[in-house]
Design a protein around this ligand. Structure first.
Ligand SMILES: Nc1ncnc2c1ncn2[C@@H]1O[C@H](COP(=O)(O)OP(=O)(O)OP(=O)(O)O)[C@@H](O)[C@H]1O
Ligand SMILES: [Mg+2]
Length: 510
């Protein structure tokens, strides 16, 4: 007796088809799993056996071979419990082979026969939609909202093995899960995000925030303790444009694979703002593990990665940011093959100018010996700083001035200007291409400068020893400044402003 059931394996954020074949034959009772299973898949046989027995379907005393094909695709995680159990039920004649031919199944089993949620149901739904052989997707009830985000896919979501058997045999068919409405989740600003209006003064830093929001650039803020760096950074989500439906689908797929969606929150409808602690490991930041899962860089895709107290992060941890910052994605290599995850984030980092934090502070004397200051700064490598387009100093504002200052511009007003600047970029660069993403010919075409501008850039490059990367990044920032001003061409004023964001006295790369 043999049976075949369709399921998926995750490769990055893409679901690949996998077949689960089960064969029951005479011989000593034994269950054998073949086809590159990892530890969790091998454990599946014990969970499946118990879940089936507790649902009233004890395995017959036969020799059982379970094969997961294709063999060269690594299969991880507990999502194979359900397809294995159903394949066994087919081989045991409880369910017919016809009933599973056009269905895609995934889910974990608890020992008592309940279905438990698994990562990757959204990519599985996209796979089911794109495969003409599939009519229905079967996922655990707790994954139903996420699976039902993809229009055009029939999703059923049983809670137990018994419910599923009754559905597959036609005894008690389950209703299709209604499609989850995206609109409900899009653009709902988080109440915990502060408004720029509450930040007094700091016009220079606010201008920098507006520029990076408009062009997708990166920012480093340095200044003494309590000057408002963390507060300013946390304002960014409210001045960035809302996620489009297409972007939200991309981001939600990453959270699905990371196992970070829930029935209460099946959609990521606002730009992510991730703020990992400086003790975060390389794997936490970049992704990986025996089951490759996206790290913070991918969880902040299309949003913000905020690294507060930047020099406190391990140097090797920071070095791994270089690849995704350049390419907008990250490849996680494993023994057999590698997985790619999107990671197009904006980096915003904050730091003090020295260990005590008061170097350059007109109100407090710095206590740090020069050698300590050097050591502190050397934790940030040149290549990383080189990838940060804007470096700004955030000076302290004395309390008496703070109290007297009027409230600033509201985030909603700044966001309008950002949205307009982005619309200009889209018309010129193409959909979803921000100035920060321009490269090669596109960069040359869209960031042309006149003779006067070129002379200024060359002079500044010679004086400050800019690298070729810095030179290009200055051009991209200048392009954004022109877009914010509504200017067609990059003018000298835009170049001059872009250059001064690279000459922060505290952390200049030379
Ligand atoms: N410009 C400002 N306008 C209004 N409030 C401010 C301003 N600057 C600082 N504050 C207040 O001071 C608090 C501390 O600021 P914040 O945590 O952003 O400082 P920081 O620069 O990140 O300091 P550290 O270097 O110690 O991390 C804020 O939560 C806010 O209440
Ligand atoms: Mg801070």
């Amino acid at each position: 007796m043999s049976a075949q059931v369709h399921t998926i394996a995750l490769e990055g954020v893409v679901a690949r088809p996998v077949e689960v074949e089960v064969d029951l034959h005479r011989g000593l009772p034994h269950v054998n799993v073949v086809g590159l299973p990892d530890g969790a898949v091998r454990e599946a046989k014990d969970r499946v056996r118990a879940a089936l027995a507790n649902s009233g379907f004890a395995l017959p005393p036969r020799r059982v071979t379970i094969n997961l094909a294709p063999a060269d695709l690594p299969k991880e995680g507990s999502g194979y419990d359900l397809p294995i159990a159903v394949a066994l039920l087919v081989a045991m004649d409880v369910v017919s082979q016809d009933a599973v031919n056009r269905r895609l199944l995934l889910g974990e089993l608890a020992l008592d026969g309940r279905l438990k949620p698994v990562p990757g149901c959204l990519p599985a739904a996209i796979r089911a939609r794109d495969d003409p052989q599939m009519d229905e997707l079967v996922v655990p009830a707790d994954n139903s909202a996420e699976a039902a985000l993809v229009p055009g896919v029939t999703v059923v979501a049983p809670r137990t093995v018994t419910e599923l058997v009754q559905h597959l045999t036609g005894a008690t068919p389950l209703p299709a899960v209604p499609t989850t409405a995206w609109q409900h989740w899009l653009g709902q600003d988080d109440d915990s995000v502060p408004d720029l209006a509450h930040v007094k003064g700091q016009e220079h830093a606010k201008r920098a925030l507006e520029i990076i929001a408009a062009g997708g650039h990166n920012l480093l803020m340095s200044g003494p303790p309590g000057s408002g760096k963390t507060l300013l950074s946390r304002c960014l989500p409210k001045i960035l444009p809302e996620l489009s439906l297409e972007e939200a689908l991309e981001v939600t797929a990453i959270y699905s694979v990371a196992g970070k969606l829930s029935g209460e929150r099946p959609v990521i409808g606002v730009r992510p703002f991730r703020a990992p602690h400086h003790t975060a490991s390389q794997v936490a930041l970049i992704g990986g593990g025996s089951i490759p899962r996206p790290g913070e860089v991918s969880l902040s895709h299309r949003g913000i990665l905020f690294l507060d107290e930047l020099p406190e992060f391990g140097r090797s941890v920071l070095e791994v940011l270089r690849e995704p910052m350049e390419s907008g994605g990250v490849t996680i290599s494993r023994a057999a093959r590698s997985a790619w995850f999107p990671a197009q984030f904006q980096l915003i980092a904050a730091c003090n100018p020295c260990p005590c934090g008061h170097l350059g502070d007109p109100y407090h004397a710095c206590q740090c010996p020069a050698v300590q200051v050097d050591r502190y700064r050397s934790r940030l490598s040149g290549p990383l700083l080189d990838r940060i387009d804007l470096h700004v100093e955030v000076p302290p504002v004395p309390v008496e001035q703070l109290v007297a200052m009027p409230s600033g511009e509201a985030s909603a007003v700044v966001r309008q200007r950002v949205v307009q600047a982005r619309a200009r970029q889209q018309r010129r660069n193409g959909a979803n291409r921000l100035n920060a993403h321009l490269a090669g010919d596109e960069l040359a075409e869209h960031t042309r400068v006149d003779q006067e501008g070129e002379s200024l850039l060359l002079l500044a490059s010679r004086r400050m020893g800019f690298s070729a990367r810095t030179y290009h990044r200055i051009l991209k920032v200048a392009r954004t400044l022109a877009d914010l001003a509504g200017d067609k061409e990059i003018a000298v004023v835009h170049l001059a402003e872009a250059i001064q964001y690279r000459v922060n006295r505290q952390f200049t790369v030379e």
